[in-house]
Design a protein around this ligand. Sequence first.
Ligand SMILES: Cc1ncc(COP(=O)(O)O)c(C=O)c1O
Length: 372
Amino acid sequence: MVADGSRQLSMQKKTYNYSAGPAVLPEEVLKEIQTEIFDYQNTGMSVMEISHRGKVCIALFDETEALLRKLMDVSEHYSVLFMQGGARLQFAAVPLNLFTKNKKADYIHTGSWTKYAIAEADKIGEAVVVASGENDHFRKIPDLSKLKASADADYLYLCTNNTIEGTTIRPEAMPVSVLPIVADMSSNILSEEYDIEQFGLIFAGAQKNMGIAGVTIVIVRNDLLERSSKNNADMINYQLMQSKQSMLNTPPVFAVYVLNKVLKWVEKKGGVRQMAVQNKEKASMLYDFIDNSNLYKNSIDVDSRSLMNVIFNLPTAEEDAQFAKEAEKNGLMFLKGHRDVGGIRASIYNAAPPEQVQALIEFMKKYETGRY
Ligand SMILES: Cc1ncc(COP(=O)(O)O)c(C=O)c1O
């Protein structure tokens, strides 16, 4: 590993990871994990081997929750849960916990991940699509300024960052609603400052901006916990999870340990505010380059553009594939776009340093002039 965020595999090979998730981790975090792997906090054991009922592990969970609360400014009116099953389980857990007798909720449809969430809610009750970007091929976040809550809806659901389509509902574009807002923040949590008080519930898988797969964060307003039904499976019951401090069963200790390290790293780097400054700089570097190029094209509405997942196309699908292949040969890994939309996708999460964006731009320049 070298200081510019690339990985030095050998004298000949150096790589950058642009994967949408599992994604690049901060180099410092990986080094710390390496150092502690055989002996976590003088236990003589790795963190993967300690009991979750012991005080060392409980302290790790408590510290991790406190760090997350501090970084995201989460008040005591909210509970923080460490759950399993990925963000995808939350597509079902949200309606199963938050539906009241009408079993109905409003959904803002902005791409593949909301499509799956809507389908899951429809199995349990009714998901009413109150705004959709479908007619714009999801290249634009629909107008959210005049949303009206459906009668008897239990919540309003949205995804703050559409990992596949490369669009974002920015903090300043968040809708206002009489309903509790539920947000899938899997791919942009900790990247920009959202006001937590706007939300009833936020969930996010950890494997993009918070660590590795295995733990899913749920931040839920305490009054909503009362809606959880005892008829729900225990493992998705928010109220039960909260009462058991997220340790109803054997929790994903290693994933929480990595989360703890990543949160400390974010804090050291200046917190979410500083992450946002750097993310905006990184993304504009890349979008500016694309907008000024004759070969690459980004067709996302400018105000909807994601800071985390920058998608672009070459003139044909064959050229996209060729570009991704040549990029890999040069150590720029996982640039192929998602199979739903094709093209190229560069994921530049918090842990991707500016040098990583610069390295991509340099390659794109060389590729464009045929000198790669
Ligand atoms: C926005 C969004 N939601 C949900 C998911 C699903 O996450 P998981 O694989 O943790 O279930 C992803 C995964 O990429 C995502 O990007």
